[in-house]
Design a protein around this ligand. Structure first.
Ligand SMILES: *Cc1c(COP(=O)(O)O)cnc(C)c1O
Length: 395
């Protein structure tokens, strides 16, 4: 049995999404900027796709810009708000300590330019409160950017409350909704979101395509210069097949949102209950406000990398922290931000499931994870010291 439980890293494309793309490779392959009929047919499809994304987000079509993915949308949203702030002499940005690197690294770049960045603490409940945002606001704050849901530990942030606070303060609010879009109902107007990033490949759409919603009246700064595509705000010939696949996947996810949420949440809770029985472990992330598909644990006395390799041999594809962090020796910044010490953070496991997973697959995971954890502990010197009382248990 092979079980794919790494949906926070990327998802398998849905049949609907694949089929939605094919005509744009075979027949409607024109450039939407071309004046001839094949180009104009592509242009119509593009604008139709934009309207369909807008309908799902609760905004106007002209507030939707297609990008190459979540990272680019995050970069553009943050850079744009920073440039607007800078012109008014406002150079303070509020974010959180557990953002994706697409956000954190962009903020680092701005910090080097003289912006001041406040990263909200996420140790309490592995989440933020809207009050923390309220308390961090200053007269010179030009942007609040907090993710909608965390990709590693699944915490879902109080977005509507943060949106209301930002609106009252007149500060632009961006949210990286890459893990939320297609998994949680979003309404940018009702939630007072000014800018939002999403990415196709996190909800069974293709990779390399995303969207940025930007409220009318907030001026975007170009990150990619060139032609006048996307109302002059994002140059480059549109990835029309990708856009059509992403929109089909998004609509499909939203059409089945309730049933998928119910199914995935039940599987998630079964996994959490089963894995919690392993001694000396801890659940990462907000236990209540949590993505339906996220299971994240730290197991004391083991190495996440070895755990992943052995799990893979037993047919379970999982992740330890963020896919972007693996390959580096440092433990994930998210686990450190919630207060896990290095030793504990190294023994992390993320299982991110979706509606394609079955009950049998969950049972398989629940059989192999405890076996592998027990085996790794049996050969771990750290575990021996813990057992001998030479070291104190943290978990
Ligand atoms: C995957 C992810 C991104 C990056 O999206 P890409 O489309 O892969 O660039 C950004 N933020 C979060 C929270 C993510 O999970």
């Amino acid at each position: 049995m092979q079980v794919y439980a790494d949906n926070a890293a990327t998802t398998k494309m849905s049949r609907v999404a694949i089929e939605a793309m094919v005509p744009y490779f075979e027949n409607i392959y024109g450039n939407p900027s071309s004046l001839h009929s094949i180009g104009q047919e592509a242009k119509e499809a593009l604008e139709d796709a934009r309207a369909r994304v807008a309908k799902i987000l609760g905004c106007e079509p002209r507030e939707v810009y297609f990008t190459s993915g979540g990272s680019e949308a995050d970069n553009q949203a943050i850079i744009s708000a920073a440039r607007l702030g800078q012109r008014k002499g406002k150079k303070h940005i509020i974010s959180t300590a557990f953002e994706h690197h697409a956000v954190l690294h962009t903020l680092k770049k701005l910090e080097k330019e003289g912006f001041e960045i406040t990263l909200l603490d996420v140790k309490n409940n592995h989440n933020i409160t809207a009050q923390q945002v309220q308390d961090a606001l200053r007269a010179d704050t030009c942007l609040v950017t907090t993710m909608y849901a965390n990709n590693e530990i699944g915490s879902v942030l109080p977005i509507a409350e943060v949106g209301a606070i930002c609106k009252a303060a007149g500060v632009p609010f961006h949210t990286d909704a890459v893990q939320a879009a297609g998994h949680i109902a979003i309404d940018v107007k009702a939630q007072n979101i000014d800018m939002l990033s999403l990415s196709g490949h996190k909800f069974h759409g293709p990779k390399g395509i995303g969207a940025l919603y930007c409220r009318r009246g907030l001026a975007l700064t170009n990150v990619i210069e060139g032609g006048a595509q996307e109302r002059g705000k994002r140059a480059g010939t549109e990835n029309l097949a990708g856009i059509m696949g992403m929109v089909a996947a998004l609509e499909d996810s939203i059409a089945h949102l309730e049933e998928n949420t119910a199914k995935v949440t039940a599987l998630r809770d079964k996994l959490i209950a089963g894995l919690s029985k392993i001694p000396h472990c801890a659940l990462n992330g907000d236990a209540v406000n949590r993505l339906p598909g996220n299971v994240s644990f730290c197991f004391e006395g083991i190495e996440g990398e070895s755990l992943l390799l052995l799990l893979d041999m037993k047919g379970v594809c999982a992740s330890s922290g963020s896919a972007c962090t693996s390959g580096s020796l440092d433990p994930s910044h998210v686990l450190l931000a919630i207060g896990r010490v290095h030793d504990v953070a190294h023994g992390s496991l993320r299982l991110s499931i979706c509606e394609y997973n079955t009950e049998e697959e969950i049972d398989h995971i629940l059989t192999v994870v405890p076996e592998v954890v027990a085996y790794l502990r049996s050969i771990s010197p750290v575990w021996r010291d813990l057992q001998n009382g030479k070291r104190e248990y943290i978990l």
